[in-house]
Ligand binder design. Structure first.
Ligand code: AP5
Ligand code: MG
Length: 222
């Protein structure tokens, strides 16, 4: 298989609360490619009560990473669906070096174009504030914030009207654990992608549209 012309294979790296999901949704619309969020996929499996969802739940509620083999299998299948042929935006994957290595292997096997990776950088105090006030749509995964980015009508998703919820892992103990997991296991990915020359860093603090413009520019430069 060969790469599709103009294919955009993008990764948003960044800590919990960096705005990966928020911006991935916007980039998906802008570029006409799917957002692939392993967090959203795992939450859907948990809601459906599948064996995978039940296994993932124990880890997710505590703010721990789900075992690599579980998420790698999910992503490998998802990347082969027809809508991902012109490209994709991965949000929340890879999260560990073994996941990044597995992704490289899958893309090579599928004959896909080179990755472009952006690291969305946000100071820790801002991350904690964002996660502590987040409201999430259980249906389409959209994120809002009680103070920074509130929904247009009280507690309802702007795009699908579903009642918004607070995620089980947005409790203070789980937030602390997620940030710890990020520093231990995910932050090293910046070095991994820097070595292959595909990484750009972007400041994730600012108005949503301002951050979006920075991301589009950073992705265009690569
Ligand atoms: P996942 O769903 O990926 O969660 P996360 O990494 O903890 O990231 P978040 O979704 O919390 O943050 P985000 O960067 O998407 O921020 P958002 O846009 O919502 O993973 C959840 C769990 O699933 C993991 O803990 C793990 O257990 C498991 N899992 C998932 N993937 C895995 C993998 N690959 N391997 C192993 N386990 C995996 O924004 C946050 C808030 O900030 C919102 O309120 C938003 O409105 C607000 N906001 C966003 N941008 C701005 C801005 N510019 N200004 C002001 N506020 C903003
Ligand atoms: Mg997210």
């Amino acid at each position: 298989m060969t790469a599709t012309v103009g294919e955009r294979n993008l990764i948003l790296l960044g800590a919990p609360g960096a705005g990966k999901g928020t911006q991935a949704q916007k980039l998906a619309v802008r570029f006409g490619i799917p957002q692939i969020s392993t967090g959203d996929m795992l939450r859907a499996a948990r809601r459906e009560g599948t064996p995978l969802g039940k296994k993932a739940e124990e880890y997710m509620n505590k703010g721990q990473l789900v075992p690599d083999e579980v998420v790698i299998g999910l992503v490998e299948e998802r990347l082969q669906l027809p809508d991902a042929k012109p490209g994709f935006i991965l949000d929340g994957f890879p999260r560990t070096i073994p996941q990044a290595q597995a992704l490289d292997g899958v893309l090579q096997k599928l004959g896909r174009a080179k990755l472009k990776v952006v690291d969305v950088q946000v100071p820790e105090a801002t991350l904690v504030e964002r996660l502590g006030g987040r409201l999430s749509c259980p249906k389409d995964g959209a994120s809002y914030h009680v103070k920074f980015t509130p929904p247009k009508s009280d507690n309802l998703c702007d795009s699908c009207g579903t009642a918004l919820i607070t995620r089980a892992d947005d409790k203070p103990e789980a937030i602390t654990q997620r940030l710890r997991e990020y520093h231990d296991k995910t932050a090293p990915l910046a070095g991994y992608y820097q070595t292959s020359g595909v990484l750009r860093a972007v400041d994730g603090v600012g108005e949503l549209e301002v951050v979006l413009d920075r991301l589009v520019r950073a992705l265009g430069e690569q």
